[in-house]
Write a protein that binds this ligand. Structure first.
Ligand SMILES: Cc1cc2nc3c(=O)[nH]c(=O)nc-3n(C[C@H](O)[C@H](O)[C@H](O)COP(=O)(O)OP(=O)(O)OC[C@H]3O[C@@H](n4cnc5c(N)ncnc54)[C@H](O)[C@@H]3O)c2cc1C
Length: 383
């Protein structure tokens, strides 16, 4: 059977439906005339509506971003006979920057000449750092009081956002822009090698939908820390190109991380390459002194505050509500007061950040606010 016969057997309409696209001139006539928005919301920019109701929410969490206004701490210091390499305080950018700052920590470790290394912490930063050290021939043991899924990293949205709440540019260290750029570039390149691995990292379409030109918040690390040329630029869409009621709509492709499978994959790799994991709480510096390794990498996230007496480290809480996955919804959307992202394990609604809040109890008001904003936006969508 040749290609033309195959097409005839299936019927062109069947092929179009299978591909999920409208072949010009082949769309069912009734649909074309019954719905003038057919080509808007069923054409090039397919944006299915999210089915939103509180009974579809299966999980709610509050995670605490480890925020330092001066930026993450990446440096080495001596503690008696040991070297401590700090790698913590990534704010809302820990997923994105994990490989980049992990690489910086690796350089500081290798400079000591030691190869038997302790990594404190088993979140995304600790795991990435431990893997990089293994790649450089180190014998690594991770010490952590909690392992995935019971880590802050498991409570994140999981998008490429290397400048999100990463610092306050007004008080950031003078060299921080340079450090951030180096970490961002290294991480971005590393993520390209993780694409196609059972979707632990993948690309997603991201829409920003606003009724007024969106304002950024410079105090939380913002456009000052944009790096053109990595992910594609945002493209403004005209009203004919999107189904939303809002007048300011952009689209771009962005990277995202399917958090549970990503953490599982890398922790597994760590152990396949001979890494050891010990469940242990570090309460004070003496506990670090008692470890057999001479070089210790501190990836404790917010836990570093108490152990290293870091007055600057502050939580910025963020609440997420997880909806049952919806097969046709495979995009990310940001609007004023709310956002959502479709991951493999669910559709995560969020959008808040409360500086200095240690309370991890989900708030009903916050859930209702986010659901309300998104329900209205969906109800007003054409198509
Ligand atoms: C709602 C929300 C959304 C987010 N979205 C994104 C996003 O889209 N993109 C992005 O890049 N980032 C995002 N982040 C930020 C990101 O999740 C964090 O920056 C990142 O998880 C920090 O990772 P970590 O490994 O440093 O810390 P953690 O994941 O907290 O890991 C710390 C580890 O140290 C251990 N530990 C702590 N204290 C001790 C102790 N005393 N003794 C022994 N072990 C200890 C813990 O058990 C854990 O194993 C988000 C965060 C939140 C809360």
């Amino acid at each position: 059977m040749n290609r033309r016969d195959f097409a005839r057997t299936l019927g062109l309409g069947g092929l179009a439906a299978a591909a999920g696209t409208a072949i010009p001139g082949c769309a069912p006539q009734s649909q074309t005339f019954a719905d003038k928005h057919y080509y808007i919301n069923r054409g090039y920019h397919q944006i299915p509506k999210l089915r939103l109701s509180t009974d579809r929410i299966v999980k709610e969490t509050v995670g605490l971003r480890p925020y330092r206004p001066s930026g993450p701490r990446i440096e080495a210091e001596s503690l008696d006979k040991k070297t401590i390499v700090h790698n913590y305080g990534h704010g809302g950018s820990g997923w994105s920057l994990s490989w980049g700052t992990g690489n910086m920590a690796r350089q500081l470790v290798l400079a000591t000449g030691q190869r038997k290394i302790a990594v404190l912490g088993c979140g995304t930063v600790g795991i990435a750092t431990a893997r990089l050290l293994q790649e450089s021939g180190c014998d690594v043991t991770i010490y952590a009081k909690d392992l995935p899924p019971n880590v802050t990293s498991n409570l994140a949205t999981g998008t490429w956002s290397p400048a999100s709440r990463v610092c306050d540019p007004n008080v950031a260290r003078p060299d921080f822009r340079k450090v951030w750029e180096e970490a961002t570039r290294f991480s971005f390149r590393r993520f390209q090698f993780l694409l196609g691995m059972n979707d632990i990292a993948c690309w997603v379409e991201e829409y920003n939908v606003h009724t007024e030109p969106p304002q950024s918040n410079p105090a939380m690390g913002s456009e000052l820390y944009e790096l053109p040329g990595l992910v594609p630029e945002r493209v403004a869409l005209t009203r004919k190109e999107h189904p939303f009621k809002a007048g300011f709509v952009t689209r771009r492709s962005n990277m995202m991380f399917n958090i549970p499978s990503y953490l599982h994959h890398h922790l597994n790799d760590f152990m396949v390459f001979g890494g050891k994991v010990k469940v242990q709480e570090i309460k004070r510096l003496e506990d670090i002194d008692a470890l057999p390794e001479q070089v210790v990498v501190n990836c404790l996230g917010l836990g570093a505050k108490a152990v290293f007496n870091d007055a600057e480290l502050t939580p910025v809480s963020g609440q997420l509500s997880c909806l049952i996955p919806q097969t046709d919804v495979q995009y990310k959307l940001n609007t004023k007061g709310a956002n959502f992202i479709a991951r493999k394990d669910g559709i995560f609604l969020g959008g808040n950040g409360i500086v200095g809040n240690w309370d991890t109890t989900p708030s009903k008001e916050q859930t209702e606010k986010v659901v309300g904003v998104l329900q209205k936006l969906m109800a007003e969508m054409r198509g």
